[in-house]
Design a protein around this ligand. Structure first.
Ligand code: ADP
Ligand code: ASP
Ligand code: MG
Length: 407
């Protein structure tokens, strides 16, 4: 008998018939002799709908984060109860638990809390009693008893963290595509399903826009050595195995292409090329809670230089209001531009193959797509391009690396 954690995302529990489909799949696993913990997301669109409601009652301000967590946690609470009812209706014992009841203890950072520890005593007892356990994804409780949430897509993290805590034999992430693809199959129609991928590649893809997995959940899986499978909740086809790197993985130069829309660029012009300037700029930005992505500083000319950085478009107003008061002591001018997007190519094989960057640039140049910024890491090359052309760029680069035919 194995212990299996199965996570079903928003689309997979999007309406009553889909919840009944999940219940049937869970019962099949249980009937095959396994102990099952099911982690569910809010029904699709529910979390976005709740965020809209919060904004509607707080015009012009950011809704208070503690109350935001109270509100958002209700989405998953609906689904756990409905899923447990549907399972019971099939004649099996099932019990639903909130994140707090499942023993998920987090820090107190509302809307993006980090899991500190898990005490899965209740979950283990219920499994021992023969129940199927249904746990609310995306939520936890801080040490002082406040409801918290784990950031968008956080049900993936709940599933992986519970799998680690109860030492599950298998962790399966069921979603609305058949696995992790060489690019978002909604953007590149010819993208192919990847059979297996290393934690590092999955992490780079997730953190550069492939939202099939929440990046923090992949980080957690890597840290605690939890292999997991991403697969479809609508059929029984094998999905993608995410696991520790193996020798054969290095032979594939590029594993996949990710895109991230909604990016913006801020440029500070003619800032003094002296020690301490970058530190002041980015300290102020960090204190405002804005996450910066790429940073580029130009070659100095006559003692001044330009600094540009990218960030999420939603953070642009905050970045502007933070930097404008500092402008008189920092530089001559601040400019901001949105309507840009980032394309990243990822693969651990890049470590031992040269010419990858040149191939990306060539593919884009043949398509007449201008590159505005470039950054590289050991296993990733990222470029910023016009958002209107990002899908075209993804298709061109995907094609240049022959990923459609790749397995
Ligand atoms: P869930 O609600 O099940 O958590 P998500 O919407 O969070 O599902 O993630 C699944 C979606 O991720 C897919 O529908 C797909 O459009 C998108 N996606 C982005 N990049 C990829 C990729 N490389 N492979 C597969 N899906 C991807
Ligand atoms: N419901 C949350 C969200 O939409 C968490 C999740 O689905 O993983 O982000
Ligand atoms: Mg998701």
């Amino acid at each position: 008998m194995s212990v299996i954690v199965q996570k079903y995302g928003g689309t997979s529990v999007g309406d009553p018939s889909r919840i009944m489909n999940v219940a049937r799949r869970v019962v099949e696993t249980h009937e095959a002799g396994h102990k099952v913990v099911v982690v569910v997301s809010a029904m699709s669109g529910v979390t976005d709908g709740l965020i809209k409601l919060a904004r509607a009652v707080c015009p012009g301000i950011t809704p208070p984060e503690r109350e935001m967590d109270m509100l958002l946690a209700t989405g998953e609470q609906t689904t756990i109860a409905l899923t447990a009812m549907a399972i019971q209706n099939l004649g099996h014992n099932a019990v639903s638990f909130t994140g707090a009841q499942a023993g998920i203890v987090t820090d107190g950072v509302h809307t993006k809390a980090k899991i500190q520890e898990i005490s899965p005593r209740k979950v283990q007892q219920a499994l021992k009693d023969g129940s199927i356990v249904v746990v609310a994804g995306f939520q936890g409780e801080s040490g002082d008893g406040q409801t918290t949430t784990l950031g968008r897509g956080g049900s993936d993290l709940t599933a992986i963290a519970i799998a680690a805590a109860i030492k599950a034999d298998l962790c399966q992430i069921f979603t609305d595509v058949e696995g992790v693809y060489t690019c978002d199959p909604r953007v590149v129609k010819t993208a192919s399903k990847i059979d297996e991928i290393s934690y590092d590649e999955m992490l780079e893809m997730a953190s550069s826009g492939s939202k099939v997995m929440q990046s923090r959940s992949v980080e957690f899986a890597k840290k605690f050595g939890v292999p997991f499978e991403v697969r479809s909740s609508f059929n029984n086809n094998p999905g993608t195995l995410v696991k520790e790197e193996t020798m054969s993985m290095e032979q594939v130069v590029i594993r996949g292409v990710s895109i991230e829309r909604n990016q913006a660029k801020v440029t500070l012009r003619q800032v003094a090329d002296t020690p301490g300037i970058a530190s002041r700029v980015f300290k102020a930005i960090a204190e405002a809670g804005v996450t910066v992505d790429m940073i580029v500083q130009n070659v100095s000319l006559a003692g001044t230089t330009d600094i540009s950085f990218t960030l999420n478009k939603d953070d642009l107003p905050k970045a502007r209001t933070t930097l404008e008061p500092l402008l008189s002591t920092l530089g001559k001018e601040i400019s901001a531009q949105d309507g840009i997007a980032k394309l990243s190519v990822v693969g651990i094989g890049m470590r031992s193959h040269s010419g990858v960057a040149a191939k990306v640039f060539e593919a884009l140049s043949l398509g007449g797509i201008n590159i505005q910024m470039i950054s590289t890491s050991e296993i990733k090359i990222a470029v910023v391009v016009d958002e209107a052309r990002i899908a075209e760029a993804a298709n061109l680069v995907h094609e240049a690396f022959g990923l459609s035919a790749a397995k």
